[in-house]
Ligand binder design. Sequence first.
Ligand SMILES: Nc1ncnc2c1ncn2[C@@H]1O[C@H](COP(=O)(O)OP(=O)(O)O)[C@@H](O)[C@H]1O
Length: 190
Amino acid sequence: MMDYNQVLDKLSQVLSAKRFQHSLGVSQSAAELAIQFGVDVEKAKVTGLLHDCARGLSSNILLQMAEAFAIVVNDVEHCQPVLLHAPLGAHLARKEYGVDDPQILQAIALHTTGGRDMATLAKIVYLADCIEPGREFPGIDRLRSLAFTDLDAAMLAAFDQSLHYVIELGLLIHPATIEGRNYLLQQQNK
Ligand SMILES: Nc1ncnc2c1ncn2[C@@H]1O[C@H](COP(=O)(O)OP(=O)(O)O)[C@@H](O)[C@H]1O
């Protein structure tokens, strides 16, 4: 696969300046979380950098690409095609950035909705996306410190926050977020 600097070069050409800056922030936060939780730091850095590689694509293109890659598009994704940038990002990471590590691909695919059975790297990237230095929202300090002390508790808090946000905006809720949240709560009660 491409090394970090090659990915950096290519992404700077396909993402807006704002999104590129966000990706650098996610890469940095993912690296910090990786150190904390004993995950491969280089892998976390490059995954954070790549997570939004399909975010610059329009809804029409995302829908066309999903068809081309034979990705099953559910009702929610059909109504809110922006959600497809995550699973399609995993396809682009494989095809255009030469990534074949299943953990990196899972982390990219699940970075927006989350889901069941997320590996530690996927949790790290999901949380890094929420807490990177450029993000600002009420309660971010609490989520930042929780992310560094308890990944699963932070994931639950982040899912809850994302659900509130989606409800507030009157959007459809992607079932993967509910599945991910139910899964973590069931694990907790075991
Ligand atoms: N569980 C969900 N169900 C439906 N929509 C969601 C869900 N999670 C996030 N979204 C929406 O997907 C869009 C893209 O998410 P994301 O890429 O994480 O946001 P951002 O552009 O802030 O990085 C956001 O507008 C958000 O409202």
